[in-house]
Ligand binder design. Structure first.
Ligand code: SF4
Length: 321
């Protein structure tokens, strides 16, 4: 992709070793080509290595999670007296407090500090316990449960990749369009632009949030509405959209064109949606066709839907789902 001078890069936290920094316990790194070569065109990565930040050396003694899988301690592998749990969680609190600009976070899998899930936890006697989350990652996610978080390795899955990047762009729009000058009116406008995106991920969420804004939000303090809305939206967006839910969304959008297109064009659009539903083409095919006609005949409301252009098309994400 060509870098644009004026494009705003979205601030996204990342495990420092994924940027190629040699900060791992063995002095190595885990450079991610996708993050560095592709996502860096949209994201401004802000690297954090919690273990180095709390004063551990490079190289250093490896650490691991020990005890209760829900709330494990971070201890030395060779020296169990080394316990850095409190330092790591305190550092996560500092990052959460001082980096509220972050609109997403990409973590290194399997790390007792940075792993998002399925990190090995051991009993005191060294036997494996249930898996858990790295101590730093768990605290970052607890401090801001609406923040889009994903492990770099999971970005190899096209659906998870598209889902995470969608969430980062939605969260970034929320920060830019609502939180800079928050009001119930701005929340309702934001919701209006994201209706079909939400529908593709969760029809239930689409109905629930619409009802919440219409019936409950006007009687609640604004701060509560902001917190409730964004957490609920980001939680629903974590649901993976699939061919059935995208097809339903495409059919709703097609409904906006029915009166303005002839029957032959309508049939072409229906055929493209059917080909997508039956896995013969990817999502980009019916959407490109729909967008073509929406540009000519669509109302401002439907053309403003984030679902039509959720992220730069150069990322090519809809060519694979
Ligand atoms: S603590 Fe996190 S950033 Fe640092 S080396 Fe381990 S996984 Fe990478």
């Amino acid at each position: 992709m060509e870098k644009s001078e004026t494009k705003r890069l979205i601030p996204v936290g990342i495990s420092s070793c994924l940027l190629g920094n040699q900060v791992r316990y063995d002095g190595g790194h885990k450079r991610s080509k996708y993050c560095l070569n592709v996502l860096s065109d949209c994201f401004e990565f802000v690297p954090f290595c919690p273990e180095v930040a709390i004063g551990m050396s490079i190289p250093r003694e490896p650490i691991r999670l020990v005890g209760n899988a829900e709330a494990p301690r971070v201890r030395g592998v060779k020296n169990p007296d080394l316990d850095v749990t409190d330092e790591i969680t305190a550092y996560a609190d500092t990052v959460s407090q001082e980096h509220q600009e972050l609109c997403g976070y990409i973590l290194m899998k399997g790390s007792p500090s940075c792993g998002m899930e399925r990190v090995k936890v051991y009993h005191e006697n060294g036997m494996p316990n249930e898996a858990g989350s790295g101590a730093y990652a768990a605290r970052i996610m607890r401090n801001n449960p609406a923040l889009p978080v994903e492990e770099e390795a999971r970005l190899n899955d096209h659906i998870l990749r598209e889902n995470f990047i969608t969430r980062v762009f939605v969260y970034s729009s929320w920060q830019e369009e609502v939180m800079k000058n928050p009001s119930l009116h701005e929340v309702i406008q934001f919701h209006s632009r994201h209706k079909y995106q939400l529908m593709a991920h969760s029809y239930e969420g689409y109905k629930q949030l619409g009802q919440y804004l219409a019936n409950e939000a006007p009687n609640k303090p604004l701060n509560e509405v902001l917190a409730d809305y964004i957490l609920s939206l980001m939680t629903h967006l974590k649901n993976r959209a699939n061919r059935k839910s995208h097809t339903n969304t495409l059919m709703h959008i097609l409904g906006y064109l029915k009166r303005d297109i002839d029957s032959e064009t309508k049939q072409d659009l229906l055929d493209a949606i059917e080909q997508y539903r039956t896995s013969k083409v990817h999502l980009v095919v019916p959407l490109t066709l729909l967008k073509h006609y929406l540009k000519r005949h669509g109302s401002d409301y439907i053309q403003s839907q984030a679902y039509l252009d959720p992220y730069p098309h150069e990322l090519g994400l809809r060519n694979y789902i």
